[in-house]
Design a protein around this ligand. Structure first.
Ligand code: F3S
Length: 279
């Protein structure tokens, strides 16, 4: 069987950085936790747990030691509590997420009402809103929701990092009809679209697609959906052990991609397992 492995498979810049910081911090601090799982990979979270990094869901439950802030950031209120408790901070917030937080704050400080393009319940979006410290922020998922925005003298647009450029463009267009002054910051990170475009391309060529990554990872699940629409023989697996030989009957080419939170060692094990079955 021919194996087509996506160049973009696996860790994005922000996840790689967060994971490295977490492993270094695990060696440095005897008492350490992460606020929520550091990334959406149960295998990485388990390895970190074995090195002493506990996962704590609520900041109120941390009273000492060091705390790792995950790549999509935390809210300003959570950060206040961390400072009040004098906890040591290992800030693994992705610099692209930090930029979106900073632009939202800047816009509010300069008198703009902020239009945040994104999913309102996502922790990254909640984080961005919180750094405006009570400023006017409208979260809109798409241009239809943007149509319902009230008019404002000044509107400032920012986006959740994983949004598509087209969506930001369409929302920004609507905003131009709602205000005489519109300021737009393109805070999109292209890691998501790069992975999705390459997955589409490979799914068109391969007889079977394997998408590797946490079942709790939204970006991996989305990659699997995209591939499934093109190649119905698409399987989402977390580990190499979950691959079944029966899937490969009559298959000549296998495409493999992985979400932005999938570590290289899991991708390598998947490639090894498929190669072994080809022999
Ligand atoms: Fe950062 Fe983009 Fe990854 S925002 S965490 S590099 S998907």
């Amino acid at each position: 069987m021919k194996i087509i492995l996506a160049d973009s498979a696996g860790f994005c810049f922000g996840v790689k950085r967060a994971t490295n910081l977490a492993f270094d911090a695990a060696d440095e601090y005897p008492n350490i936790c992460s606020l929520g799982p550091i990334i959406h990979s149960p295998q990485v979270v388990k390895t970190l747990e074995e090195k002493g990094v506990r996962v704590i869901r609520k900041v109120e439950d941390i009273d000492r030691g060091a705390v790792i802030i995950r790549s999509h950031g935390i809210t300003a209120e959570e950060l206040d509590i961390i400072h009040e408790r004098n906890l040591k901070i290992v800030d693994a917030t992705c610099p692209f997420v930090k930029k979106a937080q900073d632009y939202a704050t800047k816009l509010c400080n300069e008198g703009y009402s902020v239009v945040l393009v994104g999913e309102k319940d996502h922790p990254e979006v909640q984080g961005i809103i919180s750094y405006t410290r009570g400023g006017e922020v409208f979260v809109v998922a798409d241009c239809k929701e943007a149509q319902r925005l009230p008019s404002r003298p000044k509107l400032g647009v920012v986006a959740q990092t994983t949004q598509s450029f087209k969506n930001l463009q369409q929302v920004s267009d609507v905003c131009l009809g709602k205000s005489k002054e519109v300021r737009i910051f393109n805070t999109i990170c292209d890691a998501t679209s790069v992975r999705q475009n390459e997955a589409r391309k490979i799914a068109r060529e391969a007889d079977l697609m394997l998408v590797v990554g946490g079942f709790n990872s939204a970006n991996t699940t989305r990659l699997a959906q995209i591939c499934q629409e093109i190649q119905p023989k698409t399987f989402h697996v977390e580990t190499a052990e979950q691959i079944k030989e029966a899937w490969f009957s009559g298959v000549e080419s296998v495409g493999i991609t992985a979400g932005a939170s999938t570590p290289r060692w899991i991708i390598d094990q998947v490639v090894e397992r498929v190669s072994a079955m080809s022999k």
